[in-house]
Design a protein around this ligand. Structure first.
Ligand code: DP6
Length: 363
């Protein structure tokens, strides 16, 4: 597949108005995407678990313009409130995807969105938000090509392709439960253009794998992901890091098949710390972890050593900690979280999630 394959032929149907709703999940990367080329092409492959509970629900209503005014016309609402500050991001998104969805200037759009997790939680909503919007747009395109319909596989692939142009990690939020994005020899069929379902065997140990997100800092990040990605250009360790991600995917493939949780934990924690090491060794350098992030990491390590638990952690581009553990250790680890980790969370807040199945359309 190339980018050109996502440019549609002439639309056959005339659709004057309508409304579509999609519910799209967040995802947590185990092998991290950090660094990108032009057009949102990742510098290295990544692999993520799709989450079940952290979702964005987006309704996109559309009315055909009487006259073509050659502009993008939309309003964005979050929890019912008009959000002018979301406008630039959507405007950029529309500009990037227009060639693949040539109907965008022909409609007036109302984008109504809500998250199942608190907006101020510090959890990035760009993955679930951009994937939900991409899916809504695909549902409109589906109506416009109703004379020569495309199949579900293409629908998902193009939705992922479009979501990527909104936010890289969003392309991993269309399907469940394990997704790979970025071309790598380790995974057949992998692509830089869109996320694909992980095609190999996954051991039962990872079924319903748990992710409890400890909300250490709910504030706005001081450095956005986009800025962070750009700092990988001319980064002294970039090339080694990009190669490491390929090697880690190769290794993770063996681990996912064997169910070796100790090896899983070592790889996942190393990936998280490497991500933050890249931030600390950028120029300019920055630190997104907070003192409580480190407190939690140390507590997890000592709990694991004392109890033999298979709990581990990963981090995204922020201070929050994703605590990962197998389903059969749920009770013990949740108790540990309540007893020893909640104290490090802002207002004691955390969110229980687990690996899940991907986006769904609401009728
Ligand atoms: C650290 O997808 O948020 O979470 O493409 O600029 O929107 P943009 O970046 P984004 O980056 C996510 C980075 C990460 C790692 C990951 O999810 O793989």
């Amino acid at each position: 597949m190339t980018e050109k394959d996502f440019i549609p032929k002439k639309y056959s149907a005339n659709v004057s108005n309508g409304s579509v709703t999609w519910e799209s999940p967040s995802n947590i990367a185990l092998v991290k995407y950090w660094g990108k080329k032009k057009n949102q092409i990742p510098e290295n492959p990544s692999l993520s678990f799709t989450l079940s509970n952290c979702k964005t629900i987006t309704t996109l209503s559309f009315v055909k313009k009487e006259e073509d005014d050659n502009s993008f016309t939309f309003d964005v609402y979050l929890d019912g409130d008009l959000k002018e500050d979301f406008r630039p991001k959507i405007q950029t998104f529309f500009e990037r995807i227009e060639v693949y969805l040539p109907f965008l200037r022909q409609y007036v759009f109302k984008i109504e969105t809500e998250n199942t997790f608190p907006h101020s939680s510090g959890i990035a909503s760009s993955a679930s938000g951009m994937s939900a919007l991409a899916l809504c747009l695909m549902s409109i395109e589906k109506q416009l090509v109703s004379d020569s319909p495309f199949d579900e596989a293409f629908f998902n692939q193009k939705a992922s392709f479009l979501a990527r142009l909104g936010s890289g990690s969003a392309c991993r939020s269309i399907e469940g439960d394990v997704i790979v994005w970025g071309e790598t020899e380790a995974v057949e069929g992998s692509s830089d253009l869109f996320g694909v379902k992980y095609p190999y065997q996954v051991h039962g140990n990872f079924e319903n794998y748990q992710d409890t997100i400890l909300l250490v800092d709910k504030g706005e990040k001081q450095v956005s992901s986009t800025v962070g990605h750009n700092l990988m250009h001319n980064h002294p360790y970039a090339l080694n890091r990009f190669q490491q991600a390929h090697d880690n995917l190769e290794e993770l493939k063996v681990i996912l098949e064997s169910g070796d949780l100790d090896a899983f934990n070592a790889l996942v924690e190393s990936e998280a710390l490497t991500l933050h090491a890249m931030m600390m060794t950028s120029m300019p350098y920055f630190i997104l972890m907070k003192p409580n992030t480190l407190e939690i990491i140390n507590k997890i390590w000592s709990f694991r050593q004392i109890t033999g638990s298979h709990v581990s952690f990963t981090l995204d581009a922020g201070a929050n900690v994703h605590v990962l553990y197998p389903q059969d250790e749920r009770e013990q680890v949740l108790q540990f979280i309540k007893d020893e980790l909640v104290v490090y969370c802002q207002n004691g807040h955390y969110i229980c999630d687990q690996i899940g199945f991907g986006a769904i359309q609401n009728q």
